[in-house]
Design a protein around this ligand. Structure first.
Ligand code: FAD
Length: 433
């Protein structure tokens, strides 16, 4: 038996430090983010980032030779569960999306020059990045339909197209852009990735799209999702990231670990909402008893605890599989947790909001913001339906229709087979009757 659910004491000590640090130093920033603005926020973060570096926890997702900590996915998962309690915590730890995923792509596919120019400053926190793939006019669920084109003219790539929902693009220094380079190739070999400076001529960042999470547009602030026109943007030949036609291959590497981190961060959100749910249950009195004594509320607490535990074990198991067997062995697990984890976060936040009544619906508590945040999780990094479809497809590969069309478990057929197999015994038993 090699299964072991314990955490090594030295790493548990790091987790304990992170939990206290995030709660004491980062949660308070949430309440004054609007007043600070982007520049004030960066100033508040700088000393915290320094403390994280001193503690040896900066950019833990990357290998030590690139300035990271080389944590495997299980350790990263445990860490992200804590960081997920605040949207700002990953910024303090140098592993906020999309920079963390983009740095993984650069580490995986970047040339030495590209690493020097983009990866090292990204890791140092001197640059910010965005990942620009989804387009308003084509289905993001099926990126083989991408229309943005990159054509090679002499020594330059010329990129033209329209993208949207490129997270953090309005504060980014560079963008990783997915564009079709080989329209005639097989569907998953048509697109390539490019490193595009945000100030390159022709990059037009039109707006940060107001969303359910951020209904008011605040252009140029962390957490925005930009709409961008690439109007004949010229980049040098060596702006190609990875091989020509390898865009999907590289994207796949980025998405696997990223989804584990998302799911663990969602558990961080769920845990915070769950604490509010329980605190309210033992505080609010109505109809002759505390809410904690009402069976509906007890059901919510028990169901939430069970769902969170299930999501946590599923996610850590997917992380363990990725560490021990590799990313492709963990694909089905990752698809399952992406859907399941997003649903759990939604349900727990919804119950916590409900138990607070009008207070939960108000902006005096973070629950309504968590609820809006939770809804997006069912869309980004692939909508639920697409993950369910690919999980089911992969599972179904292990099944075939019975040759005779009779279900394998058909009892009369099995009984006939069993009667033939135990004929002697049955004859003896019957003779004794
Ligand atoms: C908060 C947020 C951040 C994002 N950040 C980024 C980013 O940084 N960079 C980036 O490039 N993109 C980003 N996106 C875009 C995101 O990846 C896409 O929205 C997502 O892939 C879905 O694409 P779509 O919006 O075009 O929906 P569509 O592909 O049009 O799908 C719409 C709906 O159709 C249904 N559907 C689709 N396929 C199937 C199917 N096979 N079976 C059944 N139903 C189906 C689903 O219900 C789906 O929700 C972000 C999105 C959000 C919400």
């Amino acid at each position: 038996m090699a299964w072991d659910f314990s955490t090594p004491p030295d790493f548990q000590a790091q987790l304990d430090w992170m939990a206290a640090f995030v709660r004491e130093e980062i949660w308070p920033i949430e309440t004054v983010f609007d007043e600070l603005g982007q520049a004030g926020f960066d100033a508040a973060m700088a000393p915290l980032q320094e403390r994280v570096r001193e503690r040896g926890l900066w950019a833990a997702h990357l290998p030590p030779e690139l300035g990271g900590q080389g944590f495997g996915q299980v350790r990263l998962g445990l860490m992200h569960e804590i960081l997920g309690t605040s949207v700002f915590a990953p910024v303090a730890f140098g592993n906020q999306a999309p920079d963390s995923g983009n740095s993984e792509i650069l580490a995986l596919a970047g040339t030495e020059d590209q690493k020097e120019r983009y990866l090292h400053p990204l890791l140092a926190g001197d640059l910010r990045s965005a990942f620009s793939m989804t387009e308003p006019q084509t289905s993001g669920s099926d990126p083989t339909l991408l229309e943005t084109r990159a054509t090679l003219e002499g020594d330059e790539w010329v990129i033209s197209g329209r993208k949207w929902f490129s997270s953090n693009a309005s504060v980014a220094d560079f963008l990783i852009v997915m564009a079709v380079t080989d329209p005639e190739a097989r569907s998953h070999q048509r697109a390539s990735m490019f490193l595009v400076p945000a100030d390159a001529p022709g990059v037009q960042i039109l707006r940060d799209i107001p969303t359910m999470e951020h209904p008011q547009e605040h252009f140029g602030r962390l957490g925005g999702h930009s709409e961008i026109v690439y109007a004949d943007v010229r980049v040098p030949r060596d702006a190609l990231l990875g091989g020509r036609g390898e865009g999907f291959l590289i994207a796949q590497h980025r998405l696997g670990p990223g989804r584990i981190h998302h799911c663990m961060r969602w558990l961080g959100v769920s845990a915070r909402a769950f604490d509010m749910l329980c605190e309210r249950a033992v505080s609010r009195y109505a109809h002759g008893s505390l809410l904690s004594e009402k069976q509906t509320v007890q059901n919510w607490i028990a169901d939430s605890a069970a769902q969170m535990q299930a999501a946590r074990l599923m996610t850590l198991h997917a992380a363990w599989r990725m560490d021990t067997e590799g990313a492709s062995a963990a694909r089905t697990d990752i698809g399952m947790i992406k859907v399941f984890g997003a649903g759990v976060m939604h349900d727990v936040v919804d119950r916590a909001l409900q138990v607070h009544g009008s207070l939960g619906y108000s902006t005096d508590l973070p629950l309504e913001a968590m609820y809006r945040f939770a809804r997006g999780a069912r869309l980004y990094d692939g909508p639920d339906e697409v993950h369910r479809q690919s999980v089911a497809r992969r599972i179904l590969r292990g099944y075939a229709a019975p040759e005779d069309g009779v279900p394998s478990e058909h009892i009369p057929t099995r009984r006939d087979e069993a009667r033939a197999r135990f004929a002697d015994l049955l004859e003896r038993v019957t003779a004794n009757d």
